[in-house]
Design a protein. Sequence first.
Length: 578
Amino acid sequence: MDIFAELRGTVLAALDAMDLPDGLKTDAVSAEPPRDASHGDVASNAAMVIAKQAGMKPRDLAEGLAARLKDDPRIDTVDVAGPGFLNLRLSQEFWQSRVADALRAGEAYGRSDIGTGRSVNVEYVSANPTGPLHVGHTRGAVFGDALASLLEYAGYTVTREYYINDGGSQVDTLARSAFARYQQAHGHDIEIAEGLYPGDYLVPIGEKMKAEFGDRFLDQTEEQWLPEVRPFATDAMMDMIRADLASLGVVMDVFFSEKSLYGTGLIEKAIGELDSKGLIYEGVLEPPKGKKPDDWEPREQTLFKSTDYGDDVDRPIKKSNGDWTYFAPDIAYHYDKLQRADELINVFGADHSGYIKRMKAACKALGDGTDRLDIKITQLVKLMKGGEELKMSKRSGTFVTLAELIEEVGADVVRFVMLTRKNDASFDFDFDKALEQSKDNPVFYVQYAHARVCSALRRAAEEVPDVPTDDATLAAADLSSLTHPGELALVAKIAEWPRQMRQAADSHEPHRVAFYLYDLASAFHALYNMGQKNPDLRFIQPEDAAATTARLALARASALTISNGLGILGVTPMQEMR
């Protein structure tokens, strides 16, 4: 249950009960935690939003609302602040009941139905199949996968998709690079030519080619071996990429090949759709900004009128020689996705920010003019160790790979730490901090809270065997002894989870889940540490079964909420810390 949505409904019901004009617009009415916790538990702007429509002064309207809300048994006090804000303080009984809500809901606690009946396609990673995934890809993989899980948690039907860029010249370069390793596997002294991919990751692919084809290609011309080596090398690289993703806990539903767009008529169909709307024409673009006249030759091209849909310039879709530009298959791919999902989300690296306007324009034009595509940019990651930046990889020669990162710190750490910054903010990944067992390491701090609860439940089973530890019995327990400010603060934080989840899903921001979990863990650790100093606040009270049961219920609700949040992020909730 989202208590803030419920209390917003209560405020709206109080408005309906007042003698006000019909047809009031209430979309902007909110009920949310106040910025200053000393003001109460819930703040509402209802009077400020409705006053003008109702022909009343905001404070007068607020006073009328307050009088009605004071009769609600869930509400202890209602104060009118400033020009007409409402500050509500909720009863202890109301907060205590939230513990039982969480326990009864179990793994469903915090789930919502905002996406029910809606499908969303989340495309992420989509790295060129020319090398192993590196740290930059890792951030996009973690963000995209957590976003997909978050949307599933909110009721959407989600497809995780990887677009294989196997239709361009880079795949020919991959094939030539793999062929050089194939020659080396046969004992030939071959230097890796400039312009080829030099990484050692291609050595085993050369060995696989030898095992598969023997010496058949050695005496052939490139024109003869390239058609067979190209798909072999691409498939081998995609196997490597799938394995890297799996080590991070990422499993795609669809791998869509760019090459599959060619020769099927899909590009022609998508462009024809735009042409039928009068959006394709022959024209000459203005010279790019900053170019001198002698650097640029005007030529007629087939253009998409993307400026009609918010782009800066119209975009070429066919070259003067009749070949498609790179943008044409992109349009066709998104045209295909629009047939398969109600909403599209693309997760791009920072180097693709220039693609946003043209892709959004194409999707608007291909659809009904509505914005069905959201593009999220993940900024660069800087790796730090011992106060210095890491740049090189033994395997790739130029970058640190995803596999090396996981080997160093583990998948759970990588996933959680990557989500402690908003996706479009630059990020320093500090190896030393990531392995630290302290409050400064967020994944340790959150997992430690979960492990502490598990430890308390195990000890309770040994020390107070008559006290229940299963969720169903704990949910039915008397929780009236949970009255300490530290206990109520923890309950309030648990009760925020449904709202936090809904907001994160609405905004496509899974980092909000990581932030929330850290705050929840902080509230739990604060209460736990109070018990270290004051025995009366410990979770286990051997001489007071009722108090022990209530506190175990609170502890278990905390762990359950942490587990649900970590599940969205793809991180394992620890039963005990190693």
